[in-house]
Ligand binder design. Structure first.
Ligand code: DGL
Length: 269
């Protein structure tokens, strides 16, 4: 492992590209290996047992590369399987999304009422409640599972003024706002694409992207530990477990830019 070893990033599918985008924006020089488990997406509706099994296979694949860190981009995977990854790979520095987003939210809320929107599995795990309480035990956390948001985003419904997404977002968020939250954590890889819609509907709400928070934490740690890549040029490789061609097209639409690489299909257990 050296400074120019890659950062491994994985997700249940292509949503984790929001984390890659945040990493590339703040650390353009870093080498990245991305793996999206598109054969098994979504994780958010699955049982803990299945999520654990898939996550350990994801990390096993990424660990075949020379890595200096692994980033669990998927909120569901981080919420349910973080400990299992750390136990299985004690020498691999593991970064997630839940802890950095929780830390920011606890620091930024003024009235100590934080909303968290996420998948069903993330909400049921209680991971955000636990992480936020570790930073501030007086904060009230109101969580909502939002199963309709991932498919809508994947179908391109994330524009301000789109009546479908705005109606669904209101359906999920109005009750949280009625409870008085002043800060909202976007606890799912796909939700950063909804940031404009949410800010348009609720201009006074403080919105925290778990993808940006994760990248900021990673950057801070690499700088502190003197682990940033200083060699010019960066290499980015993208792998999926199913339908590389379909994903490639969708990813470009999804991210609205070329992340510098194409997807390759690999078989993982
Ligand atoms: N990547 C998942 C997350 O951040 C969303 C999609 C899924 O359910 O797998 O929770």
């Amino acid at each position: 492992m050296s400074n120019n070893s890659a950062i491994g990033v994985f997700d249940s599918g292509i949503g984790g590209l929001t984390v890659v985008k945040s990493i590339v924006e703040s650390m353009p020089q870093e080498n990245i290996i991305y793996f999206g488990d598109t054969a098994h997406v979504p994780y958010g509706t699955r049982s803990k047992r299945q999520i654990l099994h898939y996550v350990l296979s994801d990390v096993k694949f990424l660990n075949t590369f020379d890595l200096k860190a692994v980033v669990i981009a998927c909120n569901t995977a981080d919420s349910v399987a973080r400990q299992a990854v750390e136990d299985a790979y004690p020498d691999l520095p593991v970064f997630g999304v839940v802890d950095p987003a929780s830390r920011l939210a606890a620091a930024q809320t003024r009235n100590k009422k934080i909303g968290v929107i996420a998948t069903k599995a993330t909400v049921e795990s209680g991971a955000y409640e636990k992480a936020i309480a570790a930073y501030d035990s007086e904060v009230d956390v109101l969580s909502a599972a939002c199963p309709l948001l991932v498919p809508l985003v994947e179908n391109g419904r994330f524009q301000v003024g789109d009546i479908v997404i705005e109606t669904v977002v209101r359906e999920y968020l109005d009750p949280l706002l009625a409870e008085g939250i002043d800060t909202l954590v976007l606890g799912c890889t796909h939700y950063p694409l909804l940031q404009d819609v949410i800010t348009h509907l609720y201009p006074d709400l403080n919105v925290i992207s778990s993808s940006d928070a994760a990248a900021a934490k990673l950057l801070g740690t690499l700088i502190r530990e003197g682990l940033c890549n200083e060699e010019p040029g960066s290499d980015r490789k993208y792998f999926v477990s199913d339908d590389a061609e379909g994903v490639d097209k969708l990813a470009r639409v999804f991210m609205r830019e070329d992340l510098g690489g194409t997807f390759r299909q690999v078989d993982v257990e």
